[in-house]
Design a protein around this ligand. Structure first.
Ligand SMILES: Cc1cc2nc3c(=O)[nH]c(=O)nc-3n(C[C@H](O)[C@H](O)[C@H](O)COP(=O)(O)OP(=O)(O)OC[C@H]3O[C@@H](n4cnc5c(N)ncnc54)[C@H](O)[C@@H]3O)c2cc1C
Ligand SMILES: NC(=O)c1ccc[n+]([C@@H]2O[C@H](COP(=O)([O-])OP(=O)(O)OC[C@H]3O[C@@H](n4cnc5c(N)ncnc54)[C@H](OP(=O)(O)O)[C@@H]3O)[C@@H](O)[C@H]2O)c1
Length: 621
């Protein structure tokens, strides 16, 4: 039986699907439909035209709304790069704080500063040649990020003092419904986004552990990330709990003013000798002459490249028993010994059994020097309980304290601080939670997304950074990946995208095979005082799954994210027919609709042509 394309179409379509009007009907040849045989793909395409031409140019992007939660370095970077890389993007950045900066907005404790040189802890595209100190103080870092947020007009996308309470996937709309609390008036409202991106940071959900009898303590307690500046420290007996990077920075600041500091540090830690830092590295002020030299772009670029290269070259140190790791062990042992004026008793209690880099190494200017002061006691035993006016440690000694500073870090399980309910009604918190969660750790595809959570992307989340490289560079690469994803989604009629489970499983399998080579796996000897390397990289669990780092170097992380593997994602399409080419629209491009538009952007002056990028730009096609 011979049928026309049109009549076949009418048979296959429901009334709603039938095209009401078919402009410029295709003068197709009749096709033979033999009900007895399976049609070839081409025949299927021509015999099942459940699809109507969309009346728009093929390159016209679909309007979609993108919501980002968090305006720390990641959120700011998204606010700068996404509008540049996805022109016309409808972007909203929700931030609970009164201004941007994230970690650098909230952490105002005395001594807060970066522990990597400021010249590598800045954006790649808007460097500051005039950092005052090698390890810039928190205020200068905060001002820098707020300044570039202003310069690149991030504020127009920002909704400050908006706390996200919940995000829930709406399958019918293919959108995320995000419930928000306006902290200015406590009103609760919701907004829908086609794409939902979290940029919540690793350390934003700071936490004070539930120490026994803490409620009985009559003195003042606060967390280092929530510093109470109204509390005078002069002449006080202070308990400082924690020797992570925060505790290490705080000790040298409070020791000179306090009557006594009892420093509760239940784990040993490496204190880094900073490489190639000139002059007085404790404060590391740049000389006026040096700063002047940085005004020359070539000189500055050279300096910056050398500094940053040290961080990109650092990968070898993370392998178990590597010569590079052994070298650090020897170097840091010697420098620590020197800095505590050869007090071997103290050092025996502090130098770890576990290898360097298992916990994040930190230079801690002044930390070891403060430890040997007469008004400081290092207490390595854990905390038994609080008393009315002090702390009883596991060593059986009760020490008086008027102020307790908890430099006890954050929830390193990376479980989000609010429900994120995915396609099957599963809460990401229940999926990732270490205590009985579906996976029990952050289960992701390349750290960027999770099966079952369509149209959701994680920025600065699990596996984000390589152990080498720098955080800002990593964020910029991750945002660039996200920009590519958004361009694809809005440009190719994609309704939903989600990583395939098999792809996430393969990534997990790779992680599980790779990390045992590194210093973050193992080191879980439970003998008191022995190895026990616990850090946010292994979720605070010795030998726990390493979700804090990318399984590979920073350079490799950038390589893996540079060209997205589109085949690892599953898609549905906006066109009711599901036709993936529906986005081609009416066959025209937008430029062709504009009489004066340049239709030959591919033609360039010959000496401006770089064959590597020739015909690769999404912007000039
Ligand atoms: C004190 C400190 C010092 C550090 N020093 C260094 C360093 O020297 N070098 C280095 O490489 N790294 C350092 N880090 C790590 C640092 O976290 C990252 O380098 C970087 O700042 C992370 O940026 P982010 O935007 O991903 O996260 P964050 O800066 O943590 O920002 C997350 C944002 O999300 C917002 N948010 C969270 N929940 C919600 C919600 N429900 N609704 C709305 N908004 C929400 C928060 O308010 C915050 O602004 C440091 C961290 C801390 C805490
Ligand atoms: N620029 C910087 O120098 C800087 C400054 C601050 C933070 N940071 C970044 O932020 C990360 C987090 O640093 P952080 O110092 O805030 O947190 P952290 O590294 O997680 O350290 C938390 C500290 O609190 C201790 N602690 C936690 N719970 C405890 C309990 N119940 N009893 C006794 N001690 C307890 C931990 O001991 P255990 O180790 O034994 O668990 C650890 O010493 C750093 O790794 C770094 O990446 C950087």
């Amino acid at each position: 039986m011979i049928k026309s394309v049109e009549s076949v179409a009418q048979e296959f379509l429901t009334p709603q699907q039938r095209c009401l009007k078919t402009p410029n009907p295709v003068k197709s040849k009749p096709v033979v439909v033999d009900k007895g045989t399976t049609p070839t793909p081409v025949e299927a395409a021509t015999t099942q035209p459940r699809f109507c031409i969309e009346e728009h140019p093929g390159d016209q992007p679909r309007q979609i709304r993108v919501g980002v939660v968090g305006a720390g370095i990641s959120g700011i970077t998204a606010g700068i790069l996404l509008p540049a890389k996805v022109p016309g993007i409808n972007l909203t950045i929700l931030e609970k704080n009164a201004d941007v900066g994230g970690a650098w907005f909230e952490n105002t404790y005395p001594g807060v500063r970066c522990d990597v040189p400021a010249h590598v802890y800045q954006s790649g595209f808007a460097p500051n040649t005039q950092w005052k100190e090698e390890f810039a103080q928190g205020t200068e870092i905060r001002q820098y990020w707020q300044d570039i947020a202003r310069r690149y007009e991030v504020y127009k996308y920002l909704r400050l003092q908006r706390k996200v309470l919940r995000a829930e996937w709406q399958p019918n709309e293919a959108q995320w419904k995000v419930t928000i609390q306006d902290l200015r008036n406590d009103k609760i409202y919701s907004e829908n986004f086609d794409i939902f991106i979290t940029a919540l940071g690793y350390f934003n959900t700071w936490r004070i552990p539930e120490f026994q009898d803490m409620d009985k303590f009559q003195g003042t307690i606060f967390h280092s990330s929530d510093w109470d500046h109204s509390v005078p420290l002069d002449g006080k007996r202070i308990a400082l709990i924690g020797n992570g990077a925060s505790g290490i920075q705080i000790l040298p600041e409070i020791q000179p003013v306090a009557a006594q500091v009892d420093h509760y540090a239940r784990s040993r830690t490496w204190i880094v000798h900073p490489p190639n830092v000139e002059g007085d590295w404790q404060r590391g002020l740049f000389t006026a002459e040096k700063l002047e030299s940085f005004r020359d772009p070539q000189t500055y670029l050279q300096y910056r490249k050398e500094k940053e290269a040290e961080f990109f070259r650092g990968f070898a140190t993370c392998f178990q028993n590597s010569p590079e790791n052994d070298f650090l062990r020897q170097m840091w042992t010697a420098s620590m010994l020197q800095r505590v004026e050869n007090n071997t008793t103290l050092l025996n209690d502090l130098i770890p059994d576990f290898p360097p880099c298992c916990r994040r190494p930190t230079p801690g200017p002044g930390y070891l020097e403060a430890l040997i002061k007469p008004n400081v006691e290092l207490i390595r035993s854990g905390i038994e309980r609080f008393a009315r006016d002090g702390i009883l440690a596991a060593d059986g000694v009760e020490r008086k304290a008027e102020i307790v500073i908890c430099a006890t870090g954050a929830n390193s399980d990376l479980v989000p601080p609010f429900p994120i309910i995915g396609a099957a009604g599963l809460d990401l918190r229940a999926a990732w939670g270490a205590d009985g969660g579906l996976y029990g750790f952050p289960y992701t595809y390349l750290g960027m997304a999770t099966p079952g959570f369509p149209n959701a992307l994680w920025l600065g989340g699990p596996h984000v950074v390589g152990p080498s490289g720098t955080v800002p560079n990593c964020m910029e690469n991750q945002v660039t990946y996200i920009a590519k994803m958004i361009r694809k989604v809005r440009g190719q009629g994609i309704r939903t995208f989600v990583p395939a489970k098999k792809a996430a499983d393969d990534f997990l399998e790779y992680c599980l095979a790779f990390f045992p080579r590194t210093v973050w796996t193992g080191n879980d000897d439970l003998t008191p005082g022995k190895a026990n390397c616990r850090s946010w990289m292994n979720g605070g669990r010795p030998n726990g799954f390493v979700h804090g780092l990318f399984p590979g170097s920073a350079s490799l992380a950038n390589y893996a994210r540079r060209d997205p593997r589109w085949e690892d994602w599953e898609y549905t399409y906006t066109n009711p027919s599901g036709n993936r080419f529906a986005y081609l629209g009416n066959g025209w491009t937008t430029r062709e609709m504009q009489p004066d538009a340049d239709l030959t952007p591919h033609l360039k002056q010959q000496d401006h042509i770089d064959l590597k990028s020739y015909l690769e730009g999404w912007w000039d096609v």
